[in-house]
Design a protein around this ligand. Structure first.
Ligand code: URA
Length: 273
């Protein structure tokens, strides 16, 4: 007698599926694109050529249920949602004293670049050079980021928008603490909403985990499209990591090429920083 559909079997199936979905989630897949279905390709014949450019990868939704709605995050600071330009947002932030990093900074590092940029880079937080200059990514890691943008992608740094999750330098370059992120991230969110880029590149573990609200390691998140507030996001390694691990530049170059495809930027035969 067939036991298909019996309650123990169904429970086992559900438990197995739940484990599998959990595993996918840990790997950074937060959902399937709406309407996604498996198309079975006809077997390729010997003479058929392989397409040179792969179709854009699907976006895995990275807005898990615990991600607070934008309005909720912005309501932390009444009036923030009414800022509609970067200048207004900067004025709103003012001489910020909202977290314990404020008394330690030389300069608040807001962001730099084209307010109408199609491409936005988000890093972790300012280091010593950035604190000194008041501009993100101007130290050694910043020089490498500039090379990736200008020599790798072939666009001027001034054509993109660059900011960090937190705007003030943590002492000794330690990781930002949760209360500091909570105090500052509404401003990053508003920067995203005002610039409305077509693509965001998240730089490094900290920035990507903070933006996507996941704990998945960057090595598992990078190279795949995610979505934040309806905008495509490509996580990749932080330039500071690349300075220590130059062998992984090829992975960043692969991620950057995916971004270039989506932005319609021609990919040179050879390139990379
Ligand atoms: N690292 C970052 O994440 N941001 C900067 O601005 C500089 C270094």
């Amino acid at each position: 007698m067939s036991n298909s559909g019996s309650v123990p079997d169904r429970n086992l199936l559900i438990a197995t599926l739940r484990d599998y979905v959990e595993q996918l989630r840990e790997e950074g897949l937060e959902g399937l694109p709406a309407g996604a279905r498996v198309e079975r390709a006809a077997p390729r014949t010997e003479t058929e050529s392989v397409p040179r450019v792969a179709a854009p990868a699907p976006i895995s939704s990275a807005v898990p249920p615990q991600f607070p709605p934008a309005a909720e995050m912005l309501s932390k600071y009444p009036g923030l949602e009414t800022t509609s330009t970067l200048e207004q947002l900067r004025t709103f932030i003012g001489d910020c004293q909202r977290c314990k990093l404020a008394p330690l900074r030389k300069n608040l590092v807001f962001g730099v670049g084209d307010p109408n940029a199609e491409l936005m880079f988000i890093g972790e937080g300012p280091g010593a050079d950035e604190d000194q200059k008041g501009e993100p990514f101007v130290g050694r890691a910043g020089q490498l980021l500039t090379d990736i943008i200008e020599r790798g992608m072939g666009i001027a740094r001034s054509e993109v928008y660059i900011c960090n999750v937190i705007k003030c330098r943590p002492p000794e370059n330690r990781n930002p603490e949760p209360d500091e992120v909570a105090a500052c991230e509404p401003f990053m969110l508003r920067q995203i909403e005002i610039v409305k880029p077509k693509v965001i590149v998240g730089l490094g573990t900290f920035a990507v985990q903070a933006v996507l609200k996941v704990k998945t390691p960057i090595s598992k998140l990078r190279g795949r499209w995610h979505e934040v507030r309806g905008i495509r996001m490509m996580p990749t390694f932080h330039p500071a990591y690349l300075l220590r691990n130059p062998g992984d530049k090829r992975l960043v170059w692969a991620d950057v090429q995916e971004v270039m495809k989506v932005l319609g930027i021609q990919i040179p035969r050879r390139g990379g920083a």
